[in-house]
Design a protein around this ligand. Structure first.
Ligand SMILES: NC(=O)c1ccc[n+]([C@@H]2O[C@H](COP(=O)([O-])OP(=O)(O)OC[C@H]3O[C@@H](n4cnc5c(N)ncnc54)[C@H](O)[C@@H]3O)[C@@H](O)[C@H]2O)c1
Length: 449
């Protein structure tokens, strides 16, 4: 039966050196483990070889490059690196297709390759988000094609990745790790691995499927909660009530094991997880003849927020006497989330498209995103500074609030007279709103005025 070595730390291969794989690899290497990242993206590996880490995550680039320089982390395109690892963690991307089904090509390829290379006594851990049953019905048979039997010759577990971009490295060393095993021994081995390697607590669940569903439940809840916050903002607007006042008061009552915890409204939900995982839920139920309604409804509500935000901007500009056609809008923050440079499924794109379609002239700025990627996505090059973006603007729309965009002195910005300042993340403090007003401009948030 598989056993982790007790005279030395286990060697680890992480397959899929994307956002999740790189965070995990660097964190493990930082704790003294010998880690190899395996990724099919040759350009990514070459960039790392040149000392560049493409992931815009606080502290990640430094940690990846430091652990590589120390010889504890290496990254390769060569699957042969899997041969010597005691533990193989799979973290490849698992997008969904237009019909909500899992696009499992990368996962299949990795498992087929690993199946050919697997030796007795290894632990395989799947971290990619998948629909329930995938570890048992897709991963296990592919691994067993190599001739070994799961549970007898090797351990297999599913342990979801639950970190949030922007705080990933901190959360990796603090969040408890959920573990579901193919059998009891697999679950025990995986739990021991995470406890020893990351020093975190583990939460054991009775099956692979339960652990798979935990990840989906987390993201289903988050998306649904934000949808509630967004509709609450629309509702509060009808009564000219500040939605954040309502949320902070509503959140003071105890419920279940905690408190009511309504999240914050905003321009929309993006990123690679919340935009797809609810569809995975919906599809997995559909395939079994059940219609799950909350997941798609939340998706619909959140997907409508960019257009709602653009409409809000255009209406407020009209109140200021500016016609939408030719109105100059400076969009600050392009990524899907404040504090991150990740452009995947950013809701800002749809907001910009709606503004442009209405005839507005949009200028872009974001200090964190990759300029080339932003230019390709938005179809126009971002400006190089806040000042360039906001020059003569009728509206400044802060749609992702990075640290550099906090506490701007709106009185000192070269705007076109009395302008609209749109807070697309409902993150301006009372003092900031006051400073916008003192400068003679109009403040508007999502459900705030
Ligand atoms: N990004 C997040 O915040 C987050 C959080 C929790 C869970 N997840 C889940 O973790 C998984 C990975 O997400 P990510 O954001 O790191 O994705 P990503 O797209 O950033 O990275 C995936 C990596 O896998 C590589 N890859 C693809 N096919 C491969 C193959 N056959 N062999 C080796 N490498 C291959 C790609 O080149 C890419 O670098 C997904 O299932 C995602 O849903 C992501």
């Amino acid at each position: 039966m598989p056993v982790l070595p007790d005279d030395r730390p286990p060697t680890v291969a992480v397959v899929g050196f994307g956002y999740v794989g790189s965070c995990l690899s660097a964190a493990l290497a930082d704790r003294g483990l010998d880690v190899v990242g395996v990724d099919t993206d040759a350009e990514l590996v070459a960039e790392l070889g040149r000392g560049y880490c493409r992931f815009q995550e606080s502290g990640l680039s430094e940690l990846v490059l430091r652990t590589m320089a120390a010889g504890r982390l290496r990254v390769t395109t060569d699957y042969a690196a899997l041969d010597d690892a005691d533990v193989v963690v799979i973290a490849v991307g698992t997008p969904v297709r237009a019909d909500g089904s899992l696009a499992d090509e990368a996962l299949r390829e990795v498992c087929a390759e690993l199946g050919r290379r697997l030796r007795p006594g290894r632990l395989v851990v799947l971290k990619s988000t998948v629909s329930p049953g995938t570890t048992r019905n897709l991963v296990l048979p592919l691994l067993e094609k190599g001739g070994l039997t799961g549970g007898r010759d090797f351990a297999l577990a599913f342990t979801p990745e639950r970190l949030a971009e922007g705080a990933a490295l901190r959360e990796l060393s603090t969040f408890p790790i959920v573990v579901g095993g193919l059998d009891e021994e697999s679950a025990r081995t995986a739990a021991e691995f995470w406890q020893r390697s990351l020093g975190v607590a583990t939460i054991g669940l009775g099956s692979l499927e339960a652990a798979e569903i935990v990840k989906l439940a987390d993201n289903w809840w988050i998306d649904l909660n934000i949808a509630l916050a967004n509709e609450l903002a629309v509702f509060c607007d009808l009564f000219e009530v500040d939605v954040l006042d309502v949320i902070s008061a509503a959140n003071t009552i105890a419920k279940g094991n905690g408190q009511v915890n309504i999240l914050t409204p905003g321009v929309g939900v993006g990123g690679s997880c919340l935009t797809k995982d609810p569809w995975m839920v919906w599809r997995a139920a559909r395939e079994r003849g059940v219609d799950i309604r909350t997941a798609p409804v939340a998706r619909e509500v959140n997907a409508a927020m960019p257009a709602h935000t653009a409409g809000l901007i255009l209406r407020e500009l009209e109140l200021l006497g500016r016609h939408p056609v030719g109105a100059r809008v400076a969009v600050l923050g392009l990524s899907f989330k404040s504090g991150s440079g990740d452009l995947r499924a950013t809701p800002v794109l749809d907001a910009v498209r709606a503004l442009t379609a209405a005839g507005a002239e949009v200028r872009l700025y974001d200090p964190l995103v990759d300029r080339e990627a932003a230019t390709a996505l938005f179809g126009s090059e971002p400006e190089r500074s806040v000042a360039d973006a906001v020059r003569d603007a009728d509206c400044v729309a802060v749609l992702a609030r990075h640290p550099e965009l906090e506490g701007l002195d709106y009185g000192a910005l070269p705007l076109a007279g009395r302008a609209l300042v749109l807070d697309g993340r409902d993150c301006f403090s009372g003092a900031e709103i006051e400073s916008v007003r003192r400068a003679g401009h109009v403040y508007r948030g999502i459900g705030r005025r």
